[in-house]
Design a protein around this ligand. Structure first.
Ligand code: A2P
Length: 338
C-alpha cells in the first residue's frame, strides 16, 4: 500500500532531512506535498529524481494526505495540526507545542512504540526533543535491566538544532573571524563561533532553561515514570551536526560497566564505540549523516556506588528529528493505518 504524505517546513534543516530519509528508507510514498510559507512557495526540490514545487501551507487541502510530517515551528503546528487532523491527515509533529498534552502520544520507537496507539485521540503524535531522544535510546536497556532513579546530563548541542539561519551564523562568524572582519551576532545572544553558550531556549522561573525542562518532562512521560529525576545543563557548541551528551546516572540496582556495555551492544538503534585508545569514542563528526545513537566512555562512577557514566552522540537532525518522525510513520502504517 502507498500513502500520500505532506511535509510542513520542507525547506528547513529538518524538512530536507525528512525528504532524504523517506527516499533512503523507501517509505511507500505515492504523492508527496512539500509545504512551507509564502516566502518559499514555488521553490523546486527534488525527490526520487523528480522536481516537486513547494506549496504555501495557507490554503493547502490536508485531506489530500494521510500522513503529515510537521517541522515548521510551534505556532505553525498549533494552527495547522488540528486542521490537518480534522481532514484525516495524521500529524507527526516535531515541535514542542503538543508534547506535554496528556492525550498526545510522545514517542521514541525504540522506547515506547506502544504509545502510538493513542494517535486516535487527536490525530497527532509528538516527536520528542532531539536531546531527549538520543538520551533515552541509550538509557532504555539500562532502565529495563536495573531501573534508573536519577540522571545528571550535560549536553553539547549542534547549531543545526536551531535551524538553517543558525548554521549560516556559525559559518559566517567563523569566516569573519578568519578574515578579520566584524562578527555579526543575530541568532544567538552571544557569538557561537569558537565559544560555548550555556543557554538553549528561554529561561524558566526555576532557573533552568526550557530546553533543560523539556528533557525532564519528556523523560518522565516517555519512560512512563514520574519518579525519574533528571538534572540537565543544556549547552550550545560550535558544531554543525550532532549532539553529544555526558550522562551520569544512578541506577536502582548496581550494574557494572561491562554489563551495561553488553546490554547496549544488543540495544536497537545503538552502536557502542568504547575502546580505551586514542579516538576510541564517538564524536558529532562520526555521527553526522548517520542513523545510530553512539555510546562510549561507559564506566562506573567512582563517586557513587550505583553510578554509571557514559558519552552519547547522535545526529540531532536525523535521529533527533527527521528519522525519529519517519520511524513513527513506519510503525503507524505497519500497525495502525493499514
Ligand atoms: P520557509 O522557507 O517558507 O521560511 P528552519 O528550522 O531550518 O529554520 O526551517 C523552518 C521551516 O519552517 C522552513 O521550511 C520554513 O519555510 C517553515 N516555516 C516557517 N514559518 C512558517 C510559516 N509561518 N508557515 C509555513 N512554514 C513556515
Amino acid at each position: 500500500k502507498q500513502y500520500d504524505v505532506c511535509i510542513l517546513g520542507a525547506t528547513g534543516a529538518v524538512g530536507e532531512a525528512m525528504l532524504a530519509i523517506l527516499e533512503e528508507r523507501k517509505f511507500p510514498v505515492r504523492n508527496l506535498y512539500l509545504l512551507a510559507s509564502s516566502r518559499s512557495a514555488g521553490t523546486e526540490i527534488s525527490f526520487r529524481g523528480e522536481e516537486l514545487t513547494v506549496l504555501d501551507v495557507e490554503g493547502f487541502d490536508f485531506s489530500l494526505a494521510q500522513i503529515g510530517l510537521f517541522s515548521a515551528g510551534g505556532s505553525v503546528s498549533e494552527k495547522y495540526a488540528p486542521i490537518a487532523a480534522a481532514a484525516g491527515c495524521v500529524v507527526i509533529d516535531n515541535t514542542a507545542h503538543f508534547r506535554y498534552d496528556r492525550d498526545i502520544p510522545l514517542v521514541v520507537p525504540e522506547v515506547n512504540p506502544h504509545a502510538i496507539a493513542q494517535y486516535t485521540n487527536r490525530g497527532i503524535i509528538a516527536n520528542p526533543n532531539c536531546s531527549t531522544i538520543q538520551m533515552l535510546v541509550a538509557l532504555k536497556p539500562i532502565k529495563d535491566a536495573v531501573g534508573i532513579s536519577r540522571i545528571n546530563v550535560a549536553t553539547y548541542q549542534a547549531v543545526s538544532g536551531t535551524g538553517k539561519e543558525a548554521i549560516e551564523e556559525l559559518a559566517n562568524q567563523t569566516r569573519a573571524l578568519f578574515s578579520s572582519q566584524d562578527v555579526e551576532v543575530e541568532v544567538y545572544p552571544k557569538r557561537i563561533a569558537f565559544n560555548v553558550l550555556p543557554q538553549i531556549d528561554v529561561f524558566m522561573e526555576n532557573g533552568y532553561t526550557k530546553e533543560e525542562m523539556k528533557m525532564v518532562w519528556e523523560t518522565q512521560k516517555i519512560m512512563e515514570d514520574d519518579t525519574i529525576m533528571v538534572n540537565p545543563t543544556a549547552v550550545r557548541v560550535p558544531v554543525f551536526y550532532g549532539h553529544s551528551e555526558a550522562l551520569h546516572i544512578e541506577t536502582k540496582k548496581k550494574i557494572t560497566a561491562s554489563e551495561a556495555r553488553a546490554l547496549l551492544e544488543k540495544a536497537p538503534g545503538v552502536v557502542v564505540m568504547d575502546e580505551h585508545v586514542p579516538g576510541g569514542w564517538p564524536t558529532a563528526v562520526d555521527a553526522a549523516g548517520t542513523d545510530a545513537t553512539y555510546v562510549g566512555r561507559i564506566r562506573e562512577d567512582l563517586s557513587h556506588p550505583m553510578g554509571l557514566d557514559m558519552w552519547v552522540v547522535s545526529d540531532n537532525v536525523r535521529k533527533g528529528a527527521a528519522l525519529n518522525s519517519v520511524q513513527i510513520a513506519e510503525i503507524l502504517i505497519a500497525d495502525y493505518l493499514k
